[in-house]
Ligand binder design. Structure first.
Ligand SMILES: Nc1nc2c(ncn2[C@@H]2O[C@H](COP(=O)(O)OP(=O)(O)OP(=O)(O)O)[C@@H](O)[C@H]2O)c(=O)[nH]1
Ligand SMILES: [Mg+2]
Length: 447
């Protein structure tokens, strides 16, 4: 099989998703030159991506999902070098992919430098074991990858405890024989979880640890709850949305906060709250929260209860959407679905379409993956770009369609921010009136 760089034909890739165009050769030599010193040039781990899309899934969707997986891998500090796709009715119960595809992956892994194989789904404990035995490299599934990124990002005691809890819950059913033959390859992506000794101890120890972490979280929760109680008489607003849509950037704009914003997935894992006073309007509390993503592991949602409380207890949600993303409509759905899951879907909501500066009314088609073509990351379909409506038309249609107020902005270029401020101030004032009919908003709002 010819060595080929990761599929690079989708111009829908963006946000810095892995971009290995043949033109932009990033050879080992280039990297060494960049790093100057040979000895200290630490090589990035390389990852092979595997996806088993259901037959009804379009090629464009498959590419988008793989782009997102490549972006997650990049965020975790590794590089996606190859993609394997196999359309199946449902994943193989034994090895996730079929026998033939597994042999193909094995051939690649054996001949090309590969640190890990990453699956765009969760694997059952037995699939994980079988794949490890067969491929003899690190096997990372979607939950493990997301947990790894969360572990990198979590800073506060609460977030760290939440991540640790989710890691142990992930580990528990996978204890038997896990990673035993991989001791030498420990470290790097997918391995930031509990250390060697814990992995080798029995389930009881892990269960004890889970119980301990749950108790610790309860304590932290009580403290947070008491803190929140002191913020009486304030309307609480929470920024929600898919990961990387610009929530923290908006938080920084409105709240004059210094929240970490970055073109990486899950830049924010800790919740941050700031008091916001817009000119002479009613002050309110604004919280920035963790972003959502498709197939967010349920266990992770459960263990992030305290962070998600910020959303659950909010009076108003600002649902931020990245309109420049080709999949933005599906992302809206993922966010709405997650809100339903955490029982926060019936709150008043402002829909904020961000990144209008980057909106393109034409999106290049995704490459067409042929089912039985072994080199299927190569596109076989170069049809015309998919047209999308001009921004004005999209705005009109959304404004007419949604029952929630809608505003279109560019947080980066500070475009239309005044409209957002006005809308927000008006909604907060209305909510304040309903909630505290006998209160004066000014001077009564506690920090
Ligand atoms: N082009 C453009 N980029 C933007 C805009 N707003 C934010 N960004 C960029 O988008 C990236 C993600 O922004 P964040 O504010 O970190 O997004 P987030 O929603 O907080 O992301 P997570 O915390 O990872 O869920 C950053 O590189 C921002 O600079 C915008 O209006 N236009
Ligand atoms: Mg953020």
């Amino acid at each position: 099989m010819a060595k080929q760089s990761e599929n690079s034909h989708s111009s829908t890739r963006h946000h810095g998703a892995t971009d290995n165009t043949p033109a932009r050769r990033d050879t080992k030599l280039d990297r060494l030159l960049k790093n100057k010193t040979y000895e200290t040039a630490k090589e990035r781990e390389t990852a092979v991506l595997v996806s088993v899309p259901p037959r009804r899934q379009t090629e464009a969707q498959t590419t988008e999902y793989l782009d997102e997986l490549a972006f997650l891998i990049e965020t975790a500090g590794a590089e996606a070098t190859k993609r394997f796709v196999q359309k199946l009715e449902k994943p193989d119960i034994r090895s996730y992919v079929g026998e033939g595809k597994l042999a193909e992956i094995k051939a690649w892994v054996t001949h090309e430098k590969t640190s890990m194989v990453v699956f765009d789904d969760d694997l059952s404990p037995s699939q994980l074991r079988n794949l490890e035995a067969e491929l003899k490299v690190k096997i990372v599934d979607r939950s493990l990858l997301i947990l790894d990124i969360f572990a990198l990002r979590a800073k506060s005691a609460t977030a760290r405890t939440q991540v640790e809890l989710a890691q142990y819950q992930y580990l528990l059913p996978r204890l038997t024989g896990l990673w035993t033959h991989l001791d030498k390859q420990r470290g790097g992506v997918g391995m930031k979880g509990p250390g060697e000794t814990e992995i080798e101890t029995d389930r009881r120890v892990v269960r004890d640890r889970i119980a301990f972490l749950k108790e610790k979280l309860e304590d932290l929760d009580k403290q947070a709850h008491t803190q929140r109680k002191t913020r009486t008489n304030s309307i609480r607003v929470a920024l929600v949305g898919y990961t990387n849509v610009g929530k923290s950037t908006i938080m920084n704009l409105l709240g004059k906060a210094e929240v970490f914003a970055e073109n990486k997935l899950f830049a924010t894992v800790d919740a941050t709250t700031r008091k916001v006073v817009l000119d002479n309007h009613v002050p309110f509390l604004l919280s920035d929260t963790v972003g959502f993503i498709r197939k967010l592991p349920t266990k992770l949602i459960e263990s992030f209860k305290s962070t998600l409380d910020e959303i659950r207890e909010a009076d108003l949600l600002i649902h931020v959407v990245d309109i420049s993303h080709p999949n933005f409509e599906e992302q809206i759905e993922v966010v709405n679905e997650t809100l339903r899951e955490i029982e926060a879907s019936d709150k008043p909501t402002l829909l904020v379409f961000n990144k209008i500066d980057q909106y393109k009314s034409e999106v290049d088609p995704a490459p067409n993956f042929a089912d039985d073509d072994p080199d299927q990351e190569f596109p076989t379909d170069f049809s015309a770009p998919t047209p999308r409506p001009p921004l004005e038309q999209l705005q009109e249609s959304y404004m007419a369609r949604m029952h929630d107020p809608v505003v279109f902005i560019s947080a980066q270029n500070k475009e239309n921010i005044e409209a957002l401020r006005e809308l927000l101030a008006r909604r907060v004032a209305e909510l304040f009136q309903v909630r505290y009919p006998y209160s004066q908003p000014y001077g009564t709002v506690a920090e």
